[in-house]
Write a protein that binds this ligand. Structure first.
Ligand SMILES: [Zn+2]
Length: 484
């Protein structure tokens, strides 16, 4: 393996992302950041009132590759993700039931128990997906004082008004309100629903803080302005960003459905006070569908990781499936599609297994292809294209008799797979360890049995190896093994 100094200088890769703020692909100025000044990233996290389905996790897989890309490019980041454990109303427009309270009612638990249970469940899957842990995972209920202080500041500056059910943000006081989502406020007004809250001055005004009304049961409540209440959803993200990352961050991520309400309102809450851009880049993912349909409980098409596991798929199969799409396009889930992704991952693992038998060295070609793969991901997270590059590099000819002795283009070394794992977090190296002494002995015995043409014993040994998770291919040049 060449030493660091012997290797050629790496090209400077400048990522570019589609920025919702400008509706353009924009270069991200990586050179500006260092350990003292990391790129600040905020990810809108889940509302923990129910199990998160596979569609929910699609976004976290895409934002993980974003953070991994920066790590590969050696750009320090500081990332914060929230967990909404209070006050997220069923409708974005401050109407309807509180999702947390609803979850508690339907499960017979307290709202705090519901939040803890589903937050833990979410984090467990997050870890099993091998997603990099944010520097801080912030629970909204830990920032209630910050929420109140932020509402105070907005009130002092004249941005709020009070109604019988809460404190509202007057969107006419923030002239740029419609800009981010390119909202048609006149159209919104004309199309307002009949049950529109009549105390609201404008249809786009939104609640910063809600009061618990008489006769209303709301287990999560705090005293503010002499009354019991709870924060609105948007102010929770705004407070966490201000507390943990400061007034202006570098990248804010979330789902496309957040653009017209949640993110528009976060921007109004912060930018009206600071006069600075809340975030320089806004990246939005599109959502997963199942067989072409929206994922929803009412359609009965919610798929959980436990459903994938019951059909023999694992977390890494799911990630490979996610990467085959593009974060802006969303992804249509089919079982056939997941099967194809699993097959692709197994091909990669088999190619990685070859390093044990052939002890491939790092080559200049390998370094170049790694840079091309990284540059492809840096091009607005084009993961699907990057996967095809890996496929090309590791494609190998099967000689007569199905052995993998001749490698067509590349002979990926351990270093190659370490870099691929760094970028995609697919646990390729971890899932393809060297053979154990027992497995080596079984393989040697099988070689001997085949030489002696004792095919009964040879088949028995094949079965024993299978039990050990090792598959065998017999060819003219002998047997090759791989992890099943
Ligand atoms: Zn948010």
């Amino acid at each position: 393996m060449p030493s660091e100094s012997e290797r050629r200088a790496r090209p400077l890769i400048v990522p570019r992302f589609f920025n919702t703020l400008t509706r353009e692909l924009q270069e991200f100025p990586v050179g500006k950041y260092n350990a003292e000044n990391p790129a600040k990233i905020y990810t809108c996290g889940p509302t923990v009132y129910n199990y998160q389905h596979i569609g929910n996790f699609l976004a976290y897989v895409y934002w993980d590759v974003l953070v991994r890309l920066f790590a590969v490019l050696e750009v320090p980041t500081k990332r914060v993700m929230n967990i909404t454990d209070v006050g997220h109303l069923a409708s974005d427009a401050d109407e309807g039931e509180d999702k947390m309270e609803k979850g508690a009612k339907s499960s017979g638990k307290t709202v705090w128990e519901v939040a803890d249970f589903f937050a833990d469940d979410f984090l467990e899957h997050f870890t099993k997906l091998n997603l990099l842990q944010p520097a801080k995972t912030a629970r909204a209920t830990d920032y209630i004082e910050d929420d109140m202080a932020l509402v105070d500041r907005l009130t002092e500056k004249g941005y709020t008004y009070e109604t019988s059910d809460g404190i509202y943000f007057d969107t006419t006081k923030f002239p740029r309100y419609a800009d981010f989502a390119r909202l048609d406020l006149a159209g919104l007004k004309a199309g307002k629903r009949v049950d529109f809250n009549r105390e609201k001055r404008n249809v786009s005004d939104f609640a910063l803080w809600k009061f618990v009304r008489e006769g209303e049961s709301h287990a999560m409540q705090w005293q503010y302005l002499g009354r019991a209440g709870y924060p609105g959803w948007h102010i929770e993200c705004a407070s966490i960003i201000l507390a943990e990352l400061g007034e202006s961050i570098d990248i804010h991520t979330g789902g496309v459905d957040h653009i017209p309400v949640h993110h528009t309102n976060e921007i109004a809450e912060v930018e009206s006070l600071t006069g600075k851009l809340l975030s320089k880049f806004w990246l939005h993912n599109n959502h997963a569908m199942i067989d072409g349909e929206k994922i929803s409980k009412s359609l009965g098409n919610v798929i959980l990781f436990s459903d994938l596991q019951a059909r023999g798929f694992n977390y890494m199969d799911f990630k490979m499936w996610a990467y085959e799409g593009h974060y802006q396009k969303g992804r249509n889930f089919t079982w056939e599609g997941l099967e194809a992704a699993k097959k692709r991952l197994n091909n990669w693992r088999r190619a990685a297994d070859l390093r044990h038998e052939f002890d491939y060295e790092v080559t200049a070609g390998e370094e170049i292809i790694l840079d091309v793969i990284t540059a492809t991901v840096a091009n607005n997270l084009s993961t699907g294209v990057a996967l095809a590059l890996v496929d090309d590099f590791i494609s190998y000819e099967r000689q007569e008799g199905n052995t993998w002795m001749s490698v067509k283009i590349g002979s990926p070394s351990e270093h190659f797979w370490a870099k691929i794992d760094e970028l995609f977090g697919l646990n390729i190296l971890e899932s393809t360890p060297p053979l154990t002494p027992i497995q080596r002995d079984l393989l040697a015995s099988r070689t001997a049995a085949r030489e002696a043409k004792d095919f009964v014993v040879s088949d028995q040994l094949r079965d024993q190896l299978k039990e050990q998770g090792i598959g065998i291919l017999d060819g003219a040049d002998g047997q090759t093994w791989y992890h099943l």
